[in-house]
Design a protein around this ligand. Structure first.
Ligand code: PBG
Length: 331
């Protein structure tokens, strides 16, 4: 009997599309996608965002058109970023955000699932995610958490299904959970931006939301967002948020931190969300524009890596393409 030259032949499983399809150990589904939406107060027309192809900042009127089209393309779950006109150092007016949720809920009812990004960075004059001390050198934890909890309550009253705090203060999850529960909103979920790193890759987003810090003495977000050099901090922060009552834990940015997704997947029974952030998205778009890669295939490959790492859901600026791209995906 002839001895196989390679007894551990792996290429048999790669031999054709049919066997590759059959043997894939993960599947992508459009059902696991969340589309971010930006809605700005006081603009006449929607505007495009540099680097974020296929995404625009809507007005309160045009976001309804955007959602209608998205529903037709097969995406019904949204993460909403309201961008108010007026800014302040500590007196915040949440009425525009409330109107955004009420308007969308009234028009679409239960056809849409709405998560609300919960942060103060588009409310503050200086662009930080909370209230600063007088000198502008420190972000004050507890006053910020107090304001965010009240904001969260307004958002669920206005129709948000899920609150997604992205501020990175300590104790916010417990505070928000008890605030919502005390007012009878124990059915609304919290998706914590649990492992949120201090990253260069939020650049295009900050243009969209006018939320770059810099005016104050405190120049960056490193005193509240996680250091890329400290993966253990990310795990500890996420497990802490789980204990405080977070229903879903998010890792962000996603593609650069799949090690964190994979490690968390082993340590928690909570579902995980991976946020492929604006800079990661724009990097693919710019490479595609230069003809250096295939846009769809590149996004599909990133999404695959996020699911393979253990993410249950993906927040992507290209979520509205997920149905079409996944259906036509080449194995
Ligand atoms: C608000 C917030 C940010 C993002 C989501 N929520 C920006 C930041 O922390 O500076 C980034 C999203 C993206 O880049 O796609 N704090």
């Amino acid at each position: 009997m002839a001895q196989a030259q390679y007894p551990f032949n792996q290429r048999r499983l790669r031999a054709g599309e049919a066997i590759r399809e059959l043997t894939a150990d993960i599947r992508l589904s459009a059902r696991q996608f969340i589309q971010p939406l930006f809605v700005e107060e006081g603009i006449e027309e929607p505007r495009n965002v540099e680097g974020l192809n296929g995404v625009r900042v809507d007005t309160l009127e045009t976001v309804l058109i955007t959602i209608e089209q998205d529903l037709k393309s097969g995406v019904s779950k949204f993460l909403i970023f309201p961008v108010p006109l007026r800014r302040s150092a500590e007196q915040f007016d949440f009425s525009f955000a409330v109107r955004v949720f009420e308007t969308i809920r009234t028009k679409f009812g239960n056809k849409v699932w709405l998560a609300a990004d919960l942060c103060l960075c588009s409310y503050t004059t200086h662009g930080h995610c909370g209230i600063l001390n007088k000198e502008g050198t420190k972000l004050l934890n507890d006053p910020t958490v107090g304001v965010l909890s009240n904001y969260a309550l307004e958002l669920v009253k206005a129709g948000a299904d899920c609150i997604a705090p992205s501020d990175m203060m300590d104790g916010r999850i417990a505070a928000i959970r008890s605030k919502l529960d005390d007012h009878g909103f124990d059915d609304r979920a919290i998706m914590s931006y649990a492992a949120k790193f201090s990253s260069q890759f939020y650049g295009p987003f900050r243009d969209a939301c006018h939320s770059s810090p810099g005016q104050a003495a405190l120049k960056d977000r490193k005193t509240y967002q996680i250091s890329p050099l400290n993966g253990k901090d990310a795990i500890a922060s996420a497990l802490r948020d789980e204990q405080e009552g977070a229903d879903i834990l998010m890792v962000k940015p996603a593609a650069l931190y799949t090690d964190v997704i994979a490690a968390l997947h082993l340590q928690t029974n909570r579902p995980l969300a991976a946020y492929h952030v604006s800079g990661e998205y724009a990097a693919i778009e710019l490479l595609a524009e230069k003809g250096l890669l295939n846009r769809e295939a590149a996004h599909l490959e990133v999404w695959t890596s996020l699911v393979r790492s253990g993410a249950n859901m993906i927040i992507s600026y290209a979520a509205r393409n997920a149905t079409a791209w996944i259906n036509e995906m080449k194995y």
